[in-house]
Design a protein around this ligand. Structure first.
Ligand code: 4AD
Ligand code: MG
Length: 452
């Protein structure tokens, strides 16, 4: 039975005979024995193995072990006399499972740029930084479920292939067998695409089960080449019946704080790496986000602030235009210096499902902006009034017949309800300080690129 290195370093069972499996990170020969650093991916720290001449394969296999080779090591765990590690494994047996040629192994000891590593999605999780991102991402995913489950939210698996376009922004990838002969010949009897959001289906379940959430992959065929956009990303979308915009925003703030706190508590070693090498001051920044209330501002106030500001923006602002990332970041980074909820956007720039405010010009929308990223959450109260919703859909050029099921939710037992979408990769970016979103998803899909 193998023991994970994380647990060996945590429990330090000195005197016990243990077996570890992993990959060689570095090796240093001293003549009659070698220091071999092994990583098994369970923690950032490696385990130091002492391999001596008494091993049957010492001269034939161990001295020539290259970085990246895989091994199974058994031996006794002892206290380490040297600085740098508390314990070390004195090997009685080392089985070399797979060799790695030192000449050609692409991950040499020097530091590689993230751009270089992106070209090898299949090897980059073996580096310290990308391995740490993998562990933090996994922990955050777990914490998302924990956050909702302890609050009695029901998870809904919304479909990946869908016939409705939630955001209505024309960013759906089409799904086809490639065999269709005409437009009436669709596999699903209807044109279908990859979902841009699970919201509309989450609404169905919210209006039956009350508080629900969906957490799954979403797809957008937008030609964005930025450090914050992916063509395939994961989204967390809670939807709550009998819930207005205020309570929706409260949940979003609680959730973000919960997730940041969880990562800081459960991924200390990895978070320290990010704090030291990726974004200096990261932990202090995250702590401040957890401890302080988020700021609130309406869209109209935001536009006023932006137009009065002395800062030169690439895109000019005026009431009615969508804010660009430069505007969002200016507000959250320079004006408020903390997460900021912007509410009540013009109806004309938001999707059909958002609830129209009494002024008839704005909708009950909310975006949460954070320093370094800009928009991390987008949400709203949903339009629960049948006639108003129909009016908005007609205006948006949507065929009401296609969305009859969605309108039924307003015909039969409609209630005020709200929800939001948190971009999971933007969250992981915020938590790890990674500058580019391509580093926080294992296999990034962007225009022109889908490795592995
Ligand atoms: O603001 P968006 O488009 O909202 C929705 O899709 C709603 N249906 C959500 C809801 O109310 N249930 O997207 C939500 C979040 C954004 O704030 C952003 O964090 C992320 O999803 N996001 C992206 N992340 C990576 N790459 C992209 N191309 C993204 N587009 C949106
Ligand atoms: Mg948005």
């Amino acid at each position: 039975m193998k023991t994970r290195i994380k647990n060996i370093l945590r429990l330090q069972p000195v005197g016990e005979t243990i077996t570890v499996t992993g990959w060689v990170r570095t090796k240093r020969d001293t003549g009659s024995f070698s220091f071999v650093e092994i990583s098994d991916g369970s923690s950032l720290a490696n385990l130091q193995v002492i391999a001596g001449e008494s091993l049957a394969n010492y001269h034939s296999a161990i001295t020539s072990l290259g970085t990246g080779s895989s091994v199974v090591v058994s031996g006794e765990l002892k206290e380490s006399p040297a600085k740098g590690q508390a314990v070390e494994l004195h090997a009685d047996d080392i089985e070399v499972v797979g060799t790695a040629d030192a000449e050609t192994y692409p991950l040499q000891k020097k530091r590689h740029s993230f751009e270089f590593l992106r070209e090898m999605s299949h090897l980059r999780p073996r580096t310290n930084a990308l391995g740490a991102v993998g562990r933090v991402r996994s922990r955050l995913s777990y914490a998302v479920h924990q956050f909702f489950q302890i609050r009695d939210f029901v998870q809904v698996h919304t479909p990946i292939i869908t016939t409705s376009d939630c955001e209505g922004a024309g960013e759906m990838f089409q799904v086809s067998t490639g065999q269709e002969k005409g437009s009436d010949d669709h596999f699903f009897g209807h044109s279908a695409g990859l979902t841009v959001s699970g919201q509309l289906q989450a609404e169905v379940y919210a209006l039956a089960l009350g508080d629900v959430y969906t957490f799954g992959p979403t797809f957008r065929a937008e030609n964005s080449h930025t450090s914050r956009h992916l063509a395939e990303f994961w989204m967390i979308e809670p939807e709550m019946a009998f819930c207005d915009l205020q309570s929706n925003m409260q949940l979003a703030e609680q959730m973000l704080k919960y997730l940041l706190e969880d990562a800081m508590e459960h991924c200390q070693e990895d978070m320290q790496l990010f704090d030291k090498f990726i974004e200096k001051g990261l932990l202090k920044k995250l702590r401040a986000v957890v401890d302080k209330d988020f700021a609130h501002i309406t869209y109209s106030e935001a536009i006023e602030r932006l137009s009065k500001s002395k800062k030169k923006f690439e895109y000019p602002v005026e009431w009615g235009v969508d804010m660009q990332s430069e505007h969002e970041r200016y507000l959250t980074e320079e004006v408020f210096k903390c997460p900021l909820a912007v509410t009540d956007y013009p109806a004309s720039i938001k999707p059909f499902y958002m609830r129209v405010n009494d002024d008839k010009k704005t909708v009950a929308a909310m975006d949460i902006l954070v320093p370094g990223i800009g928009e991390i959450i987008g949400g709203s109260q949903r339009e629960e009034r049948l006639e108003v919703l129909e009016g908005r859909m007609v205006e948006a050029g949507i065929d009401l017949k296609e969305y009859n099921w969605y309108l039924d939710l307003r015909r039969y037992g409609t209630v005020p309800h709200s929800g939001f979408g948190l971009g999971f990769e933007r969250l992981v970016q915020f938590v790890t300080g990674m500058a580019n979103i391509r580093e926080v998803i294992p296999f990034p899909r962007t225009p022109g690129s889908a490795p592995c």
